[in-house]
Design a protein around this ligand. Structure first.
Ligand code: TXA
Ligand code: MG
Length: 379
């Protein structure tokens, strides 16, 4: 199949969406931008079309999808019960990066909800997403438009990398402004609960609506990560191994970074069955390291030539690239870039990607959630 890319630069380009909207109506798949991540869309009322989403992504069938709507009037088509809390949340945060779980109607095919009696619903704010849904005249179910297990796509080229030749249309609407998937709030239960943290936090919800939703972390036990490779929670993952440098003083972070890199090299030598002194540089291959750091830490590493010194003192063969994000907006800026950086570093065939942690408040909760799922090492 030839994948056509439709570029949308402004509202005046919206008529170009027509073939894609018709493809959705016919039961074909279309990738489209939203404010969070790109989605892989299908007509919500055509089970055969929805099935293709699972096939093309390689997604397990027991993982339900989110239905995307453009108009509030269409909500009763798919939601059987609309509690007052849903109306408050929708009024406060939609259109926007929020998904709510409600009891579903008969009209929603089983394949959409993986057999559950609830359905995930979202009203994206991205104008291109809204125009596509409007033109298609049906709710569009869409997971993130990546191959299962890979980082969610936040730029059109990410989608092309994963789905070229598998779907008829990719709509290129530029970079997603948020860069992490929507906050999911379960409103089908007595005590509303955040199932997936996102840009909108429990605190935001409480402040704007007075509704208390159980926070994502509040109930769950913090997972204590061993300071060693752990594959268990790897997800949203680039090909390279991911290492988190936890928040600490600058001095401690430098020390942890150096220890992390040497441990990583020792471990990969062990894995390759070539355990030997780091000093015997002979058989050492060059390790490529991509660093995605807050600008303060990046400045410390650059100014003090930390990695240069490591190279000299330990005869460690490394190539590295430092990318930094602004401290001012912290997790927000980091979130906007994270999945893009994962893919850019993978293109450069990095062996290891090192990221700085962000404080777990506001969007930092969502950011750290995604980072932790991708990471094998914590220092
Ligand atoms: O920002 C987003 O939400 C993006 C864009 C494209 O809208 N979509 C997205 O979809 O992230 P996906 O499929 O990658 O993640 C959907 C999540 C899954 O974790 C799924 O388990 C959960 O929503 N989900 C869907 N229906 C559910 C339901 N009825 N009950 C509980 N969780 C549900
Ligand atoms: Mg996904």
């Amino acid at each position: 199949m030839r994948t056509e890319i439709i570029q949308i630069r402004s509202e005046s380009d919206f008529p170009f969406l027509k073939p894609a909207a018709e493809a959705i109506r016919r039961g074909e798949l279309v990738a489209f931008p939203t404010e969070t991540v790109y989605g892989l869309g299908a007509n919500a009322f055509m089970p055969e079309a929805v099935k293709q989403i699972f096939v093309q992504k390689g997604r397990p069938q027991d993982n339900p999808l989110i239905a995307h709507l453009s108009r509030m009037e269409d909500l009763p088509l798919i939601a059987a019960e609309i509690p007052r809390s849903a109306l408050s949340l929708l009024q406060a945060f939609t259109p926007g990066p929020l998904t709510i779980i409600l009891k579903k109607t008969e009209a929603v095919p089983e394949i959409v909800t993986a057999g559950l009696n609830t359905v995930a619903i979202r009203f994206p704010s991205n104008p291109v997403a809204r125009a596509l849904i409007e033109q298609a005249k049906v709710p569009i179910v869409a997971p993130s438009a990546n191959l299962s297990g890979k980082p969610s796509p936040t730029r059109a080229w990410h989608v092309l990398e994963d789905l070229d030749g598998k779907i008829p249309y990719i709509i290129d609407g530029g970079a997603c402004t948020i860069g992490l998937e929507s906050t999911i709030v379960d409103l089908s239960v007595d005590q509303p609960e955040i199932l997936r943290p996102g840009y909108i936090s429990a605190e935001d919800i409480y402040k704007k609506t007075g509704i208390f939703v159980k926070d994502y972390q509040a109930g769950g036990k913090e997972i204590v990560h061993p300071k060693a490779p752990g594959q268990k929670y790897r997800h949203y993952a680039p090909k390279a191994k991911v290492m988190i440098i936890e928040t600490a003083t600058s001095k401690e972070r430098v020390r942890n970074l150096l220890r992390g890199i040497t441990d990583f090299i020792k471990n990969s030598q062990k894995a390759a069955g070539q355990e030997h002194e780091l000093e015997s540089r002979m058989e050492d291959k060059v390790r490529r390291i991509g660093l995605f750091l807050d600008e303060d830490f990046a400045a410390v590493i650059r100014q003090n030539q930390v990695l240069e010194d490591l190279r000299k003192s330990r005869n460690i063969q490394i190539d590295y690239e430092i990318v930094s994000y602004s401290r001012k907006s912290g997790a927000e800026e980091a979130a906007y870039q994270l999945f893009d950086q994962f893919r850019l570093f993978d293109k450069k065939e990095m062996d290891l990607i090192i990221c700085t942690a962000e404080p777990k408040k506001g969007e930092g909760i969502a950011y750290m959630n995604r980072l932790q799922k991708a990471a094998s090492y914590h220092y």
